[in-house]
Design a protein around this ligand. Structure first.
Ligand code: CP
Length: 365
């Protein structure tokens, strides 16, 4: 596919090819150090980042390419009212590939619609974070030697955690996986995911009890409560600090239960667990750079990739309908002027916005 907007843009075969390339790069770090000479990566980060931006930039530099960058909400002409679509069209004149992070769901898709070059979604609000999932997949593969047949615990903010959504999308495609979804009831995973797991016949349970879950799982994916996504700060304060994993608590888990975290962490994993061999979250950050190298190589391989801006995450065909309107205030299409409003009909017959995947609830007059 031309762009990486969601992890489901890639088949499991394509994901495995990226993993295999990454494993090779780890064994021979300089194998591709001239492959991107003459190429430029633009990193457009309208939200803070340490790992994603720097690992993308390090990846491109190690491939022999160069990097141009915009950081912070005020760092580009978007603050003067320029649309993301015009920004993408403009940056297409200066770079060969764009990695974008933005607080609105669907922002990467909005850019892909007008971009002449590949767009990589580096996190769009609380929606998706597919390149974090690439890091997660490589980490599980290297630590467990497989991506299926695992009992996967995911703990914390499953509502706003974009890494969680992309991880479930990815791991639900591997045979034999099951999920233990651990969160307070206020931060349960959006119903779309549990409905999907149910339909696919993938076993899952939802609980708020981390201690009870720990002995049963093969891996634990801890997440931060996403303070920046809460409209009510009091609600965040109520939920913050709900789950704290430490060395004592991890005695309940098996000796080979690995612990991942997309990072940054706040207090949900105590530093007293960092030296435990099951703690793989900093290896995961390293793996992110390697998988981003493999991804850049794939996207800049010189082959013509089919445009994938006309499909939903599940492959449904998008359509335009001026009588429909998305009302999600966190969606790019309620903010971006002149956006091409597009929808799709999911497998239940529900019409959803192509940008944020939320059901369309209101019709225009
Ligand atoms: N995991 C992740 O996206 O980290 P950053 O926010 O630091 O990029």
């Amino acid at each position: 596919m031309k762009h990486l907007l969601n992890i489901t843009d890639y088949s499991t075969e394509e994901l495995q090819a990226l993993i295999d390339k990454a494993v090779f790069i780890i064994s021979d770090p300089w194998a591709y150090n001239h492959s991107c000479e003459g190429k430029k990566l633009a990193t457009l980060f309208f939200e803070p980042s340490t790992r994603t931006r720097l690992s993308f930039e390090a990846a491109m530099l190690e491939l022999g390419g160069r990097v141009i960058s915009v950081t912070g909400a005020g760092g580009s002409s978007v603050t003067k009212g320029e649309t993301l679509a015009d920004t993408a069209r403009t940056v297409s004149c200066y770079a060969d590939v764009i990695a974008v992070r933005h607080p609105l769901a669907g922002s990467a898709r909005a850019m892909a619609n007008s971009s002449a070059i590949p767009i990589i979604n580096a996190g769009d609000g609380g929606h998706y974070h597919p390149t974090q999932t690439l890091a997660d997949l490589l980490t599980v593969y290297r630590e467990k030697g497989k991506l299926g047949g695992l009992r996967i615990g995911i703990c914390g903010d499953l509502l706003y955690g974009r890494t969680v959504h992309s991880l479930i999308d990815a791991m639900s495609r591997y045979e034999g996986n099951s999920f233990v979804l651990i969160s307070p009831k206020e931060l349960m995973v959006p119903p779309y995911y549990t409905e999907k797991l149910g339909e696919l016949g993938i076993p899952f349970v939802q609980t708020d009890d981390l201690d009870e879950a720990l002995p049963e799982i093969d891996m634990l994916y801890m997440t931060r409560i996403q303070r920046e996504r809460f409209e009510d700060p009091a609600q965040y304060e109520k939920l913050a600090g709900r789950y704290i994993l430490d060395a004592a608590r991890m005695k309940r888990a098996s000796d080979d239960c690995i612990v991942l975290h997309p990072l940054p962490r706040v207090d949900e994993i105590s530093t007293d667990f960092d030296s435990d061999p099951r703690a793989v979250y900093f290896t995961q950050a390293f793996n992110g750079k390697i998988m981003r190298k493999a991804l850049i190589l794939k996207l800049l391989a010189g082959k013509e990739h089919p445009d994938n801006t006309d499909l939903s995450p599940e492959g449904e065909k998008l359509f335009r309908d001026d009588t429909l309107s998305c009302t999600n205030s966190r969606c790019v299409c309620t903010h971006e002027r002149g956006i091409r409003k597009e929808f799709y009909t999911d497998r239940h017959g529900t019409v959803r916005c192509a940008y944020c995947d939320q059901p369309v609830t209101a019709a225009k007059e």
